[in-house]
Design a binder for this molecule. Structure first.
Ligand code: 2P0
Length: 343
C-alpha cells in the first residue's frame, strides 16, 4: 500500500529485521539548478523549478546488513568507490539523527537508464530519504527531509514533492532554508513531457563535475544574476497554466545553462548530434502550430513539454527524428512515498 511521505512515529524497535521500501520519480528542471554556493552542503548558486515525471521511478529498500560495512546495490550491481563513499556520508546524516551506528544494505532499482541525464540521482536520493526516515522512525518535517535529500543530490529535494516544485536557493550559510516547496499539484495542470532518448550510455561527465567546470565560465555570473527573472516568469506561468510562457522561459533557461557548460574550463558539451536534431523537430512542430518546448539536463536526452492533447503528435515527431532511440511520455508524478511500511 502506498503511504504519504509523513513518517509514522512508532515505539523504538530493533531495526535488525526491518525492511523499508520507498519510491520516487525523477524530475525535469524547467528552470535549472547549475552551480553551487557551498559544495560540502550542496547549496545551489540559484533557485530552480521542476516537474516531477510520473512514468519513471526508482524504488529503494533499506535494511540492516549482516556484513560490517554499508552495501549499495544499483539495479542489481554492487556499487563501490566514490559513489559508495557519497552514499555512506548520506547514511551517516540519518544515523546521527537516530543515534545508530549499524551498517545498512541499500538496494535501488530504476525503470529507466541511470546516470544518463534522466535524473536518477534525484529519484534515488528522494526515495532513500523517505525510506531512511521511516526506517529510523524519525518524525521530520518535509522541509527538514528536503535539507537532507539535498545533501545526497541537490535535485533530490524536488522529487520529494509531486507536480511543479520550486527548490529555494536559500540565504543561510548552514542551508536550513534551502529546500523544495510545491507550486502546483500533479492533478491541477496535467501537461505532458515526452522524453526523447538519444543515448543510453552513462554520460562521461557527471553533473557535479560539470557544474564545477561551468563555474569557470565567464558567463557564469550572468547565469546567476539572471535566474530570478526566469524563476519569477516560470512561477507566474505555472500559476496561470500558460504553457507558451512556461515553455519559452524553459527553453531560454536551458540554453543559458548549456552556454555556461560550453564555455566552462574545460568546455563541456552534453549534446549529441541527435540532441540538436530533436531541437529542430520541436521548432518545426511549433511552426506547424503544435505548442511544444524543449529542455535538456546534464546529458544528451531532450525532454519536450506539451499539452496532453498533443502528446501523440509530439511523440510521433520525436520518434521519427534521426538518432532518437526511444520516446517515453510522462504525466506529472507524485511525491516520494513509502511502498511498504516498516516490518
Ligand atoms: C537540474 N541538473 O536542475 C540540473 C539541470 C542537471 C541539469 O540537478 O551535485 O544530480 O548531486 O547536487 O542534482 C543534476 O545534478 O547534482 C541537476 P548534485 P544533481 O535538474
Amino acid at each position: 500500500m502506498h503511504r504519504a511521505v509523513a513518517v509514522p512515529r512508532k515505539a523504538a524497535e530493533k531495526t535488525r529485521d526491518r525492511i523499508v521500501r520507498a519510491r520516487a520519480h525523477p524530475n525535469v528542471a524547467l528552470v535549472k539548478y547549475w552551480g553551487k554556493r557551498n559544495w560540502p552542503l550542496n547549496l545551489p548558486s540559484v533557485g530552480s523549478i521542476s516537474l516531477t515525471l510520473g512514468a519513471l521511478h526508482t524504488e529503494v529498500t533499506v535494511q540492516p546488513t549482516s556484513g560490517s560495512q554499508d552495501e549499495y546495490w544499483s539495479n542489481g550491481r554492487l556499487v563501490e568507490g566514490p559513489p559508495l563513499e557519497d552514499l555512506r556520508r548520506f547514511l551517516d546524516l540519518f544515523r546521527r539523527l537516530a543515534d545508530k551506528k549499524e551498517p545498512l544494505a541499500i538496494r535501488a532499482t530504476s525503470n529507466f537508464p541511470v546516470a544518463a541525464g534522466l535524473a536518477s540521482s534525484a529519484s534515488t536520493f528522494a526515495a532513500l530519504t523517505v525510506a531512511l526516515a521511516a526506517f529510523y522512525d524519525l518524525d521530520l518535517s518535509k522541509e527538514h527531509l528536503g535539507t537532507l535529500a539535498r545533501q545526497g543530490s541537490g535535485s533530490a529535494c524536488r522529487s520529494l514533492w509531486g507536480g511543479f516544485v520550486e527548490w529555494k536557493r536559500g540565504e543561510r550559510s548552514d542551508g536550513t532554508d534551502s529546500f523544495a516547496v510545491p507550486l502546483v499539484s500533479p492533478r491541477d495542470w496535467p501537461v505532458r513531457v515526452a522524453v526523447a532518448v538519444t543515448d543510453t550510455r552513462p554520460k562521461p561527465t557527471g553533473s557535479r563535475l560539470g557544474m564545477g567546470r561551468s563555474e569557470a565560465s565567464p558567463f557564469f555570473p550572468a547565469w546567476v544574476s539572471s535566474q530570478e527573472e526566469d524563476l519569477q516568469a516560470a512561477r507566474e506561468a505555472i500559476r496561470a497554466g500558460d504553457l507558451e510562457r512556461l515553455g519559452t522561459v524553459a527553453e531560454r533557461n536551458c540554453l543559458k545553462m548549456h552556454a555556461v557548460a560550453f564555455t566552462g574550463d574545460p568546455p563541456l558539451v552534453y549534446w549529441r548530434p541527435a540532441t540538436l536534431a530533436v531541437l529542430e523537430t520541436v521548432w518545426q512542430l511549433r511552426a506547424e502550430g503544435v505548442p511544444a518546448y524543449f529542455t535538456i539536463d546534464a546529458g544528451p536526452q531532450v525532454k519536450v513539454l506539451c499539452h496532453a492533447q498533443d502528446q501523440a503528435t509530439v511523440q510521433a515527431a520525436l520518434a521519427a527524428t534521426q538518432g532518437v532511440q526511444e520516446v517515453f511520455v510522462c504525466h506529472p508524478g507524485t511525491g516520494a512515498h513509502l511502498v511498504e511500511g516498516c516490518t
